[in-house]
Design a binder for this molecule. Structure first.
Ligand code: GLC
Ligand code: GLC
Length: 816
């Protein structure tokens, strides 16, 4: 058992004790427009709003060794000419001591080497598009030290895709200016760009460099830059090639003396008609950037900005804090899972160490689901996100599968036709209404495909989501799958024989009848939500209609979507079953087992329980619930991308974590708290910390996938951070296992706890009131709530009525 670090629950940090984690263990900086990825050795990159179109620093994909490049710092002892990197990355010298603490929106990397301590705090403050590095150097020797400190970043020429491919142009266009020790990166500023980047330092400089080739020297990498080795900058000015920014600061430190040096990496925009100063010149107008720099180069301002950031996170996490008998639950719910939900809110699936930041934009289904995990923290932003998403919906009710964050327009290259997409919007809006009670959102006028004059109310958008599904049903009355449903890789109309052809956007055959049982379950869930919304708005007839449509869909699933011991997954192009005992491989899929139960199917005829038993006996593994069994061992042309993955990986039978919470929720619906909790722990990253060498990904955030039973190394996680697992795990634990569930008329408190627990405590801020919840139960007993007491008075059922904003409500629930 190797541990690479530990949780510091008090400070809400994960502290990495060694630099050689199995993979770069990363964190995110930034909460609004300027974002950075930062690994435990300073790797990663920064961007403004859009990881592809406004990339500030360069990232080299498929690095060897992994995670080279990014932020570089070097210390050099002038007396001995020894040099090292206090971030550990870049220079391969072993440090005498190293620690990286990832916190909420900040990362601190500290080290000691040859008696010199260096600790750098990285964060993106709240108000400005800058990344701050505050480096504190302390001389722990018993004699004075003469040191050189070098910084370095490599600039990206803005469009990260072009930057990584279009060398015939790009090696000629790089431009910089250096003024008062600040490096300004201004490639393409002379023509159509009105933005630039800059890299400043709080200290007088002994020199600088902006040419990467000069800084590194021929035949060298980041491990031993020539400039650092020689201890002398060359004051180079980049023309083309690779522009970088490097400062050289000389330090004389008495024994015990500390110095703080601040570096600021920033992004700035000017208005087009005032971008040069003096006007008519080609020199960047720098007044705006200078003002921002001046602020953060002041140590006290940096301290203040950091304190504000910490307060911001404390505030965000406040709405729900729990104390349970399980430490994994507490730190996951109170800190890391909520944090991960905010990261998926900001970045959807665009930029991680597994998502290049040049591919995907904001996913329609992804962002709608992500919202379930962050709506209580940032309700106003959730509202805005819903309206952005709805504005990319098509008039047909269908949806662009993705939109670009910079333009907020649907992405034509990926297009639409993923037939589950529109239904997720209904779930997101329902969650928003339950959390906030703000029904004005339903009357907002929202366009289709962002087209002017196409507006209708958001309510009408939701109706079209429903009618889109109803209008696209196959021979069994089940929804047609289109390009794919939630499972992007189940492409039943694709039939690809051509290498490299995109499975998800290619339809080689038309007129098929491929149907999805999963979408049917999702429809039942969404139609129920919309019926309630309609009824609440007084539209009883519409509510009745929606309930009838829901019942009809549920009946279609009962009739044609049941395989005997579990729900079928789909019917393929030619009407053959997928996910059936009749198949050789892929006999049972997890998604419909969770979603159909959540959609209320099988609750009255025992099928829900039977399906969940099948999940337990056929899909559950020690590392979580596999997506399907047995995994496909060969390529099935009629199924699309799914069987293109080797068995046990990704959609072909890994533990695709996103689906696991659906099963947890379903287990609580049938009253099985022990099983729900057991499944929760199997994929909980903190609970897997002890098997870090196998798990490999960060122990503080969920990963998209964990290798399944057929894989070479079952239990190995991949694709950490940007996954719908974050939101759904949060929902499964907080709303269904702990049972604290916002509803339109109040706060439901209906836990389904593991029998070993004796209860829990929680505070939940909900519509402006604070609910202090105490749940008690005898350890060793399962079962549901029997007695609810609100402010000392018994209340029937489990719904705590709405309290006026500003009040505190004492909620006591006893399970017999
Ligand atoms: C990825 C996608 C998500 C999809 C899932 C399953 O996580 O972002 O949209 O549902 O894979 O294919
Ligand atoms: C791949 C992945 C899937 C993801 C999709 C996004 O197919 O397997 O998880 O959703 O790409 O385009």
């Amino acid at each position: 058992m190797t541990r690479f670090g530990h949780f510091d629950d008090e400070r809400r940090e994960y502290r990495i004790e060694r630099p050689d984690t199995p993979l770069p263990w990363i964190n995110y900086l930034g909460s609004d427009e300027f974002f950075s990825l930062i690994s435990n050795t300073g790797g990663g990159y920064s961007f403004f709003r859009d990881a592809r179109l406004r990339r500030v620093t360069r990232y080299r994909y498929n690095n060897v060794p992994l995670d080279t490049g990014g932020r570089a710092l070097y210390l050099r002892d002038r007396a001995t000419a020894e040099f090292w990197s206090p971030l550990r990355q870049s220079a391969h010298h072993d440090l005498d001591a190293y620690e990286c603490a990832h916190g909420l929106g900040y990362t601190r990397i500290g080290s000691q080497h040859l008696g010199i301590e260096a600790e750098t705090l990285f964060f993106v403050p709240f108000d400005d598009p800058v990344e701050i590095w505050r480096t504190r150097i302390t001389n722990r020797r018993d004699r004075a030290a003469s040191l050189s400190l070098f910084s370095a970043v490599e600039f990206c020429l803005w469009d990260a895709w072009d930057d990584a491919t279009n060398f015939q142009r790009n090696l000629s266009i790089g431009e910089v200016e250096v003024e008062a020790g600040v490096v300004y990166h201004k490639t393409e500023y002379r023509e159509r760009r009105d933005h630039f980047a800059y890299f400043g330092c709080s200290e007088p400089l002994a020199g600088f460099d902006t040419r990467l080739d000069r800084f590194l020297g021929p035949q060298r990498g980041w491990d031993r830059p020539l400039v650092v080795e020689r201890g002398e900058s060359t004051n180079s000015i980049a023309h083309g090639w690779a522009p970088c920014g490097s400062h050289h600061v000389s330090l004389e430190l008495e024994p015990g003396e500390s110095r703080d040096i601040v570096f600021v990496l920033g992004y700035a925009e000017n208005s087009r008609n005032a971008k040069f100063d003096p006007p008519g010149s080609q020199t960047i107008a720098k007044a705006g950037a200078r003002a921002v720099l001046a602020r953060y180069l002041e140590a006290s301002e940096t301290t203040l900005a950091f304190a504000q950031l910490r307060e911001h996170w404390d505030r965000l996490l406040e709405p729900l804090q729990v104390t349970t008998p399980n430490a994994h639950v507490d730190r996951t719910v109170n800190v890391w899972n909520a944090y991960q939900c905010m990261i998926t809110f900001n970045l959807s699936r665009s930029a991680s160490f597994f998502e290049s930041g040049i591919g995907r934009g904001m996913g329609f289904r992804d962002s709608n689901q992500d919202l379930l995990g962050f709506v209580h923290m940032v309700p106003e932003q959730a509202r805005a996100r819903i309206l952005d998403l709805a504005a990319t919906q098509l008039a047909s009710g269908g949806a662009y599968h993705q939109y670009q964050p910079l333009t907020k327009r649907g992405n034509d290259a990926v297009g639409s036709g993923f037939n589950d997409d529109p239904l997720w919007l209904v779930l997101a809006v329902a969650a928003y209404l339950k959390e906030t009670g703000d029904s004005t959102i339903l009357d907002e006028q929202v366009p289709y495909d962002n087209a002017p004059n196409s507006e209708s109310t958001l309510t009408e958008h939701l109706r079209r989501s429903i009618s889109y599904t109803l209008a696209r049903r196959g021979p069994h009355g089940l929804p047609l799958i289109g390009r794919a449903d939630w499972n992007d890789c189940l492409n039943l109309n694709c039939f690809s024989e051509t290498p490299g052809e995109p499975f998800q956007t290619t339809e080689n055959r038309h007129g098929g009848v491929a149907e999805s049982v999963f979408i049917a379950g999702l429809f039942a869930l969404a139609a129920g939500e919309l019926a309630t919304i309609a009824e609440r708005a007084g539209r009883t007839a519409e509510g009745t209609q929606l309930r009838a449509a829901r019942a009809e869909m549920q009946a279609a699933v009962r009739e044609h979507g049941w395989d005997g011991s579990w729900f079928l997954r789909a019917y393929d192009y030619s009407g053959a079953p997928v996910g059936s005992a009749a198949n050789d491989e892929g006999q049972i899929f997890v998604e419909p087992q969770g979603m159909c139960v959540m959609g209320g199917i099988g609750l009255d005829d025992g099928r829900a329980r039977t399906a969940l038993e099948s999940v337990a006996s056929r899909l559950a593994t020690p590392h979580g619930i596999a997506l399907l069994q047995p995994a496909y061992s060969r390529y099935h042309v009629e199924l699309g991308e799914i069987s293109s993955y080797p068995p046990g990986y990704k959609e072909n039978g890994s533990v695709f974590c996103h689906t696991n919470p659906w099963i947890m929720i379903a287990e609580t619906i049938v009253g099985n708290g022990d099983r729900a909790f057991d499944y929760y722990l199997r994929i909980n990253p903190s609970a897997r910390e002890d098997i870090g060498e196998l798990h490999r990904c960060e122990p503080y955030v969920a990963a998209q996938t964990i290798a399944g039973p057929e894989a070479a190394e079952p239990g190995e996680a991949k694709n950490s951070w940007l996954t719908g697992t974050a939101a759904w795990n949060y929902v499964a634990m907080t709303q269904w296992i702990l049972g604290i569930r916002p509803e339109l008329d109040g706060l439901r408190v209906d836990p389904c706890l593991p029998s070993g627990w004796d209860g829990y405590r929680a505070t939940r801020r909900f519509r402006g009131a604070e609910y202090r919840i105490v749940v008690r139960k005898p350890a060793g007993r399962a079962g549901r709530a029997t007695a609810l007491v609100v402010d000392g008075r018994p209340v029937d059922g489990t719904l705590v009525p709405l309290a006026p904003a500003g009040t505190t409500v004492e909620v006591e629930l006893t399970l017999a």
